[in-house]
Design a protein around this ligand. Structure first.
Ligand SMILES: C[S@@+](CC[C@H](N)C(=O)[O-])C[C@H]1O[C@@H](n2cnc3c(N)ncnc32)[C@H](O)[C@@H]1O
Length: 220
């Protein structure tokens, strides 16, 4: 069955400002929180990085890293490339961009870093399962997967978080045609693929999470 692709082209340029107006710098803080742990990584697969604010920082701070960036939006990829080339030395030689669906695009065999910031929430649960099953065989022995996403916390923030997430999904449906309506659970399929959560950090009373998952982590 053919999937209806969302189209983020129209919101690619204002995306950054829409984010700042809605949630300030909280998403940015999530994206960058574990960046210092990634400076020895050599081969990254970065899915749906949008306008490239994270990848530009990663390439700038880790000059040995080569990255494949995959996104369905041509405008997002253009902004990502411009930002990476402006900020990171030699970025044009270290970065490959592919305008493609992450669920079907060809993948290289040995990534030691996967990055999905606020991207997995574009997928349904079965799509997320498919994605993780596709990527798992490409991981090198101690690969790391960096995930940031929304979540519905327990406690007093539960209802406000549900309302906000529902409103964001409605806004993305109107602006991009995104059909997903619920946050998928990434923890179970990552665990099934053999990854272990080695670090996590919450923001905005648990509404946002950023997590590091690793294949075969070395015991402390
Ligand atoms: C919600 S934005 C997140 C952007 C950025 N990662 C961030 O932290 O804000 C989702 C991004 O994923 C891309 N995208 C959505 N579905 C996709 C898919 N199936 N394959 C590849 N990219 C996709 C969109 O074009 C967009 O750039």
């Amino acid at each position: 069955m053919t999937r209806t692709q969302p189209n983020f082209d129209h919101i690619a340029r204002p995306y950054r400002w829409l984010e700042y107006i809605t949630l300030g710098r909280a998403l940015e803080q999530c994206r960058l929180h574990y960046l210092p742990s990634l400076l020895k990584r050599k081969r990254a697969l970065v899915l749906g990085d949008g306008d490239g604010r994270f990848l530009a920082q990663l390439l700038a701070q880790n000059p040995r890293l080569h990255a494949d960036a995959i996104d369905t939006s041509a405008t997002m990829l253009q902004l990502l490339r411009e930002r990476c080339e402006a900020l990171a030395p030699n970025a044009s030689a270290r970065l490959n961009t592919h305008q493609s669906d992450a669920l079907t695009c060809p993948l290289d065999p040995s990534y030691d870093l996967i990055v999905t910031h606020f991207f997995l929430d574009c997928l349904t649960q079965p799509e997320l399962g498919t994605l993780i099953t596709r990527i798992a065989p490409t991981l090198s022995p101690q690969a790391v997967w960096l995930v940031s996403d929304f979540q519905i916390p327990t406690g007093p923030m539960r209802l406000p978080a549900k309302i906000l997430v529902r409103t964001l999904y409605l806004a993305f449906r109107i602006l991009t045609g995104l059909r997903t309506t619920q946050l998928p659970d990434h923890a179970s399929p990552l665990q099934q693929a053999g990854l272990t959560r080695i670090a996590h950090r919450h923001r905005l009373a648990g509404l946002l999470i950023t997590e590091l998952w690793q294949l075969n982590p070395t015991p402390p």
